[in-house]
Design a protein around this ligand. Structure first.
Ligand SMILES: Nc1ncnc2c1ncn2[C@@H]1O[C@H](COP(=O)(O)OP(=O)(O)OP(=O)(O)O)[C@@H](O)[C@H]1O
Length: 879
């Protein structure tokens, strides 16, 4: 007999099975299947007396055959093959040793085992199981005596299922026991007595008690027929003595089930009536359920197995298809009168031998050992977190970086083409102006979808301005700029009032120049071609500059005329700086000027009447479009302006991020150029590089950002938008990183007491005092919004929620002052964001909003007109 299996949990299989407890045997391929044995009993005295011949014969160790002895009823011999068959002269000891011992004694190795006896009434089940149980227990004790290095604990319990009622055979009480299902234990019997065994004699005594308690009755076929299914359970626990009480201590624990089923019977044969008949019905019904389960299991399909159809199958579920090694002994009477029942038994056995069980060594780990194991695991994970880059992963990292380099290169190419497209679209816009004014007609047709590589050569005179440059080299292409202050370093185009012949032109000029229609405007002129090669950075700047100027001009115009004006452009001019100037717009919303711009001559029909107006807010330098979320914000801003208040919004944030990203990109590009190669080592890591770390990283960054917002007096509206937009998706990583850097930069700048370089626009170009004042004004604005946006009831609820006394003064302001103040309390932050969102009319922030602002760093395989309506138009992707 071999030693106990290893301490670790090992799956039972043919190769890795613990040493066979019977010294070998158990052929490969059989261990996972239910072992099926057949035992023929001798003819009983009664059967002999009736002169019944024995019609079943074991022709070898594995085949039993039916051969009719009646010449007048000839039947073709039928053979049935099983794992082992035992003829009528075989003793129970042989059945045990050669048939079930190996399975039964698996229990000492921590593997559950089950031995069943199945057969018709009086076929010898109880006779066989009594012997098998005794031999098994004797061998278990023998094993224990031979393995003193292990400490064993044996427990015993016994039940019977009589008329579908479960009874405890070790209890004098006749109370029915209930079955419960447990995720870990499976089905178990409630309040079942389990006795810890002292020794073998103790067990013998308990088995006698069970025998005495079990329901038996006399039938025509069996003087002492078992009227119930009996299940004896012996649980064996063992631990290595040397580890007892120590951390390493683990326990093997398994149960051996000895199942003596009640026998199937025919009422006509057993001549039962009354109680016996009722018992017989219950017996047959539960055996039928057992047969169904076995048949379904034997099919091996994933079909539903009706274990719950009977208590017998519920209790035996692990033995039938679960964590156990199982052997079934099919008992047969050889008598002619039982041929049909015997065939049924053999059919049951044939199905059962197809059933596969999934036995495992069951290890119970002590609490101490478990704690230690978990501590080790925690330490390992911590070390992984601390040193994420192991040698083995360096290669992967390198590959990732190489991929990034390739991406960057693609992005540079894409950027070039976008630059060209931007030039082309600018030309469209200018041409639209020119088209509108017959005097300013630009020669040649310019369609929306014109080729992006077509640039414009600046002309020395107005008449030359329409000339199209077909210079082949990208490096010598130039972009016309509309300059606001006349000091810009780029090429420029200015419109002269004197040359404007129509009111629209005049109006247009004023809008573009930031003056009213009577103000002076410059004449259109251009700068000579700069022959020196320009860098990609300069090109980027060329693209950005005119539109920064344009928005500034428009801004000054709106300041001079009205708070907010609507300007329009052709679709081809979209997204030149990453912000949309015009989008879907109903013509009803258009002013004559807008209409003229949207439907400029030469614009394809499909683009007419579609552009949506964009509201430009001069004071906050933000853009929003009618009918969109941003327009709501814009409207809100307008409302706050009326009250002399302003606050920064997402538009400003977008502008800042763009600047940050662009600066970042320039830096990379500079490094790249300086190194003479593509370095691609973008210091901004995105979550795709380490998806498993991202959730933790996200929380960390989010917290840092929240604290920096507070430290830098960042707009609450901005915080709200950002907080609601970026909720931890992998794609958020880049924005989080950029925001973090932006804020760190701002904090550092503030702490140095300087204002940031004018490269960075928006709130970065301010001071701590100004930011704090701005924040204060924003809080006041939000307080006013409470009056507008919240009902009296909602306000009252809000005061209570935010701990503001209902009878205090300036309650709204008190609430507003508490918003976004507790940076360490995420719940507070969430509540603050939720309230601010409500106050500014932001109902359901999410992807739509994100897309609306064109926040997409995601790489684009096929840039399209639509998808270029965002950041990627003006800056490269870092992803
Ligand atoms: N292999 C055998 N050798 C000798 N006698 C046997 C053998 N098997 C069974 N018997 C005898 O046959 C009779 C019926 O056996 P047993 O009670 O074990 O049948 P059973 O299948 O348990 O019946 P039930 O289902 O009605 O309880 C008993 O008297 C028993 O001693």
């Amino acid at each position: 007999m071999g030693a106990i299996g290893g301490e670790e949990l090992v799956r039972w299989d043919k190769v890795g099975a613990p040493e066979a407890v019977n010294g070998g045997g158990g052929g490969a391929g059989k261990l996972d299947r239910i072992q099926v044995l057949v035992r023929l009993r001798p003819l009983s005295d009664k059967e002999i007396a009736r002169g019944e011949p024995a019609e079943w014969e074991c022709i070898n160790d594995s085949t039993v055959m039916f051969r009719s002895t009646f010449p007048d009823r000839p039947t073709a011999p039928t053979a049935y093959t099983f794992d082992r068959v035992f003829h009528s002269d075989c003793s129970t000891k042989e059945v045990y040793e050669e048939g079930v011992k190996e399975v039964a004694l698996s229990v000492v190795s921590g593997i559950n085992s089950s031995i069943f006896a199945y057969g018709q009434t009086s076929s010898g089940k109880t006779y066989t199981m009594t012997g098998v149980t005794e031999y098994t227990v004797a061998d278990i004790y023998d094993y224990i005596n031979k393995h003193e290095e292990r400490a064993f604990v044996l427990k015993f319990s016994a039940i019977e299922i009589y008329n579908e009622v479960v009874r405890d055979l070790l209890s004098a009480e006749n109370t029915p026991l209930r079955l419960w299902d447990d995720a870990e234990k499976g089905t178990y019997v409630e309040n079942l007595t389990e006795v810890v065994l002292r020794d073998w004699n103790h067990l013998k005594g308990l088995i006698s008690v069970c025998e005495a308690q079990r329901r038996t009755g006399e039938t025509f076929l069996n003087e002492k027929s078992s009227r119930s299914h009996q299940i004896l359970r012996l649980t064996v626990e063992s631990s290595a003595r040397e580890f007892l009480g120590k951390d390493k201590s683990t326990t093997l624990m398994a149960s051996a089930n000895f199942v003596d089923l009640a026998g199937s019977e025919r009422a006509s044969q057993s001549l039962s009536a009354g109680t016996r008949l009722k018992e017989g019905c219950h017996i047959n019904r539960s055996l039928l359920a057992l047969g169904t389960v076995i048949r379904k299991l034997s099919l091996g399909s994933n079909a539903h197995i009706p274990y719950r159809d009977s208590k017998l199958t519920r209790i035996l579920q692990p033995s039938l298809g679960g964590n156990a090694r199982t052997a079934i002994i099919c008992t047969l009477s050889p008598a002619t009168s039982h041929v049909e029942q015997s065939r049924n038994t053999l059919l049951f056995g044939s199905c059962a031998k197809e059933v596969v069980t999934n036995a495992q060594v069951n290890v119970v780990v002590s609490d101490k050992a478990l704690v230690k194991q978990l501590q080790k695991e925690v330490a390992r994970l911590e070390s992984e977190l601390r040193h994420p880059v192991s040698n083995s992963s360096l290669e992967t990292l390198l590959k990732e970086k190489e991929n990034k380099i390739r991406k960057m290169e693609t992005e540079i190419k894409e950027l070039k083409s976008q630059r060209d497209l931007a030039q082309s679209r600018l030309q469209d816009l200018l041409q639209a102006v020119g088209d509108h004014d017959p005097k300013h007609q630009v020669s040649g047709k310019h369609s929306v979808g014109r080729h992006p590589s077509i640039g414009m050569r600046p002309s020395a005179s107005r008449d030359d301005s329409s000339q199209v440059s077909h210079d082949d080299s990208d490096l010598y292409k130039e972009v016309r700029c509309i300059e606001s202050n006349g000091t810009g370093g780029n090429e420029y185009l200015e419109l002269s009032a004197g040359e404007s012949s129509s009111p629209q032109d005049s109006h247009m000029n004023s809008v573009l120049q930031g003056n009213d229609s009577n103000a002076s405007v410059n004449s259109r002129r251009s700068r000579p071609i700069d022959k020196a090669p320009i860098t990609l950075e300069q090109h980027l700047e060329n693209i950005r500059c005119p539109f920064t100027s344009l928005t500034k001009d428009v801004g000054s115009s709106t300041r001079n005329s009205s708070n907010s004006r609507v300007i329009g452009r052709s679709r081809s001019c979209r997204s030149l700086t990453g912000s949309t100037l015009f989008d879907e717009m109903e013509m009803d919303e258009c002013t004559p000027l807008n209409r003229s711009l949207v439907d400029f001559p030469g614009r394809p029909v499909e683009y007419h009447r579609k552009g949506s107006a964009l509201n430009y807010d001069a004071e906050s330098e933000t853009l929003s479009r009618a009918g969109s979320m941003s327009s709501e914000i814009s409207a809100l801003k307008g409302a706050t302006k009326t009250n002399g208040t302003e606050f920064t919004g997402i538009g400003e944030f977008v502008a800042e991020l763009k600047e940050m990203a662009q600066v970042h990109y320039h830096k990379q590009l500079g490094d790249q150029i300086a190194n003479g190669k593509s370095i691609g080592l973008d210091p901004i890591e995105d979550a795709a590089q380490s998806p498993s770390r991202w959730p933790l990283e996200f929380e960390k960054k989010q917290q840092e950002i929240i604290e920096l917002w507070q430290a830098c007096s960042i707009s609450l509206v901005h915080r709200t938008y950002f907080f609601l937009l970026f909720k931890g998706e992998a794609a958020d990583s880049i924005y989080m990183e950029v925001e973090l850097r932006r804020l760190s930069f701002l904090r550092d700048t503030y702490s140095r007491g300087s204002t940031p370089s004018n490269v960075i626009v928006g709130s970065l170009g301010t001071s701590p005092v100004a930011s704090a004042k701005k924040l204060q004004r924003e809080r006041e604005m939000l307080a006013r919004q409470m009056q507008k946006r919240l009902s009296a009831e909602e306000r009252e609820h809000t005061y209570t929620k935010w701990g503001v006394s209902l009878d205090s003064k300036k309650r709204k302001l008190q609430v507003a002052r508490r918003l976004w103040t507790e940076t360490n309390d995420l719940e507070h932050v969430r509540e603050s964001a939720s309230l601010v969102a409500k106050l500014i009319g932001l109902q359901e922030p999410g992807q739509v909003l994100r897309e609306m602002f064109g926040l997409s760093f995601a790489p684009q395989q096929q840039p399209t007109r639509r998808s270029s309506n965002g950041w990627r138009y003006g800056i490269p992707s870092f992803g």
